[in-house]
Design a protein around this ligand. Structure first.
Ligand code: 13P
Ligand code: SF4
Length: 303
């Protein structure tokens, strides 16, 4: 059944000159049928370099918006429109303007896990992998970071700047407790604990490595260690195991599941491709300043 559906999807992708992108947290059968898997920004940048006319993004809405910002001439589709990100929705451009009016003029560094309209009101974007480098590259001594308070505190622990944190958080990563980590470490004493910077500071203190999702895949591949406790959404276990069949990966907790990421099914992908829906288009008014914030980040991290 799944194989037949996957074949139908591959045939339709060819017919539509479309490319299928899947975030590292998507269901295994979606990762398997995708052209590209990875983290959100990396997927958008790689897709922009292809000659596909259509991008079908399996992830959450802000990811499809980023694809539209980076590839304004391509049609960007999502299998479902009800896949949001609670953290991205914890800030609006209006609330950001109000906070800045109180704090005074300073650069705004916004995590790529944010809506296009918030990016458009930001000085520069960052990813979980480059946030420290982006903040430290700025000339100003005072910075506002949005929307993730945990990533912000992680950066603050590695920077001499005065950093104001927006009070947003990823419910999936923020729910992980230090006691659960201690429990997993006791169960797998030989394992390396990898944690995502969206986790709480007391969890990151216990980590052997603090990494983005793609960073975890690279780290596990390079490491000569054989077992790992995975401190991020459970979907990452699948690509980790696929890339490292001789190594073992353990969930740090059973509760790290992002409902929005898991909502998309293979059936949704097929239906969306057949009907060429649902288009995500960021208006020029938003995409031009948002793209400037993304470009600034790339100039800092590539140079
Ligand atoms: P990365 O894949 O960029 O590390 O982001 C994690 C995440 O929470 C995506 O929703
Ligand atoms: Fe948003 Fe967290 Fe889900 Fe990622 S894992 S989409 S940051 S809620």
């Amino acid at each position: 059944m799944t194989d037949g559906m996957a074949q139908e999807i591959r045939a339709l992708l060819k017919e539509r000159n479309a490319i299928l992108l899947a975030h590292n947290y998507q269901r295994p059968e979606i990762q398997d049928v995708a052209d590209l898997t990875g983290d959100s920004l990396d997927l958008s940048i790689r897709a922009a370099k292809t000659n596909a006319d259509v991008i079908l993004f399996c992830g959450v809405r802000f990811m499809a918006e980023t694809a539209s910002i980076v590839s304004p001439d391509k049609t960007v589709l999502m299998p479902r429109l009800d896949t949001g990100c609670p953290m991205a929705d914890m800030i609006t451009p209006e609330a950001l303007k109000t906070r800045l009016a109180k704090l005074g003029k300073m650069p705004v560094v916004t995590y790529v896990n944010s809506t296009a309209s918030v990016k458009a009101h930001s000085t520069v974007c960052c990813t979980s992998a480059n946030a420290v480098a982006v903040v430290n590259s700025l000339a100003e001594d005072e910075v506002l970071m949005t929307p993730d308070r945990n990533l912000c505190q992680f950066v603050a622990s590695r920077s001499n700047k005065k950093i104001h944190c927006w009070d947003g958080f990823c419910p999936v990563h923020d729910r992980l407790r230090a006691e659960e980590v201690m429990h997993a470490k006791a169960a797998y004493p030989e394992a390396v604990f990898m944690a995502h910077p969206e986790c709480r500071p007391e969890v990151l203190t216990l980590a052997d490595a603090v990494l983005s999702t793609s960073g975890m895949i690279g780290f596990a591949k390079e490491s000569d260690r054989k077992s790992f406790i995975v401190g991020t959404e459970e979907g990452l276990i699948y690509p980790l195991q696929k890339a490292n069949p001789d190594k073992s990966f353990y969930r740090v907790s059973e509760s790290m599941v992002c409902e929005d990421m898991k909502r998309t099914t293979l059936d949704d992908v097929l239906v969306a491709l057949k009907a060429m829906k649902h288009e995500v288009k960021v208006s020029k008014e938003v995409s031009v300043p948002a793209s400037r914030a993304v470009e600034r980040m790339l100039e800092i991290t590539v140079s």
